[in-house]
Design a protein. Structure first.
Length: 452
């Protein structure tokens, strides 16, 4: 069995202990962010799940109030861009009517990711979707959770290991047999019954708030706490959880079901967590799905409506947006892949798009030094099938992936710096102009780095 996913930072991240003097500025559905192309709203959708009716409502909002497209974030949330001045109230009314604002005070803290194929492909140890819904309800009912940063992240892994790369703050991992789950925050962890998992995650988040206050850091993320605060002073919390009822022993389960290295159905390949584009077989206990890639995480409302139509007519009536900027349509099959492909979405497992990402870039972002989406598209084939590549318009690298990846950063002089980032990577930046970028990019994507 592979090592359990961890919510500790990657080795390539620098641990810092900042002292926060203000709250974070993450946008939400009610707190809009002003960009060069208009206002931006970020709609939190726990585990990326929206009903077909909610999908239509989002399409209508983007069409009526925004630029006619939806962006998928690296946490599986949805963004509307190009919003006009003064539309915040109307947007809030549209989202509320669709059930996308269940608790306005808490809307920015509903940051929940979960295994997107859980319950669909027969893999994993436990369907975590019911636990997601319970956790969301607990977060929205808590008087303390509005104090969490809009960057604080909860993750629920059904045992397949796909949440490991997302660097969550509070992690729930299903264990073999599904009789127990492990909840981890910082260096503290507890093994509890699945039905106690959501409450354990809430208590872990509240323990983090206590630690952030006690240490004087007012930290936004667990990894920002000083070393002595990582334990979160959580012993009473974990005693309460584990004493509620002894967890039954977990029966042995097949290691392959939890092995993130196994390129089984729905896996994007060795070491990859993202669902591969195309049909996802149901397996022994699932309902199957259609996995669709979204080039650069941006899709028109027309393409979005195509997916909603499939979900309503051929699936279970819901969509699952993934942290890898894709969409899973539960219950749909290979017979429905033609319409998404015609709408510009990716259903071919051999497509180079799933390995390529980019930030907003010009003209939407004032800080960007290049139109990185256009440049990424022009260099799509360079090194296809190798390391993932992410294009950034400036050194902030908004939305960049975890793990090992090729970092392409605009320098403002018509050039890009190319480097390999991640655990074990030791490749210094190489500055190249656009005409000579393709060869350097292809070479960087074929570099093999050791894993630790």
């Amino acid at each position: 069995m592979p090592p359990a996913p961890s919510n500790r930072p990657n080795r390539d991240e620098t641990l810092v202990t900042p002292v926060r003097e203000r709250g974070d500025a993450c946008p939400g559905a009610l707190r809009l962010h002003t960009a060069d192309d208009g206002a931006l709203a970020r709609v939190r959708v726990p585990a990326g799940v929206v009903s077909a009716a909610q999908a239509y409502a989002l399409a209508d909002a983007a069409e009526r109030l925004g630029d006619g497209a939806l962006d998928i974030t690296s946490r599986g949330n949805l963004q509307l861009r190009g919003l006009g001045p003064g539309c915040g109230g109307e947007l809030a009314r549209l989202l509320d009517a669709a059930g996308l604002l269940p608790a306005p005070r808490h809307e920015r803290v509903r940051n929940i990711v979960a295994s997107p194929l859980s319950g669909l492909d027969g893999r994993g140890h436990l369907d975590v979707q019911p636990l997601v819904r319970e956790l969301d309800a607990l977060l929205c009912a808590s008087g303390r959770t509005p104090d969490l940063s809009g960057r604080f992240l909860f993750a629920l892994d059904d045992g397949r290991g796909d949440m490991a790369e997302l660097a969550s703050d509070v992690m729930l991992l299903a264990e073999p047999g599904g009789a127990r789950v492990r909840v981890t925050v910082g260096a503290a962890s507890a093994r509890v019954r699945p039905e106690d998992g959501p409450r354990a995650m809430l208590l872990a988040a509240e323990a983090f708030l206590d630690a952030a206050s006690a240490t004087g850091t007012k930290a936004w993320r667990v990894r920002e706490l000083p070393a002595q605060g990582v334990e979160l002073a959580g012993a009473p919390v974990w005693r309460e959880l584990t004493s509620s009822a002894p967890a039954p022993p977990s029966p042995p389960g097949p290691d392959s079901a939890a092995d993130p290295e196994s390129a089984g159905p729905g896996s994007a390949g060795p070491g990859s967590a993202a669902p591969v584009p195309g049909a996802v077989p149901a397996g022994p206990h699932g309902v199957g799905a259609l996995s669709v890639g979204v080039p650069l995480g941006r899709l028109s409302v027309a393409a979005w409506r195509v997916l909603a139509d499939i979900a309503r007519a051929h699936g279970t009536g819901e969509l699952r947006v993934t942290p890898w900027r894709g969409v899973v349509v539960p219950g749909a099959g290979p017979g429905q892949s033609g319409a998404p492909a015609a709408a510009g979405l990716v259903t071919d497992p051999a497509s180079p798009w799933p390995g390529v990402g980019a930030c907003t870039g010009r003209p939407g972002c004032a800080k960007s030094l290049a139109d990185v989406r256009a440049d990424a598209t022009a260099h799509l084939a360079a090194g296809a099938g190798g390391l993932p590549v992410y294009w950034s318009g400036c050194e902030r690298r908004c939305g960049h992936p975890r793990g090992t990846w090729v970092d392409v950063v605009a320098t403002g002089d018509g050039r890009y710096d190319i480097a390999v980032r991640g655990a074990g990577a030791d490749v210094p930046p190489d500055r190249r102009a656009l005409p000579e970028l393709a060869d350097a990019l292809a070479a960087a994507r074929t570099i093999t780095t050791p894993t630790k």
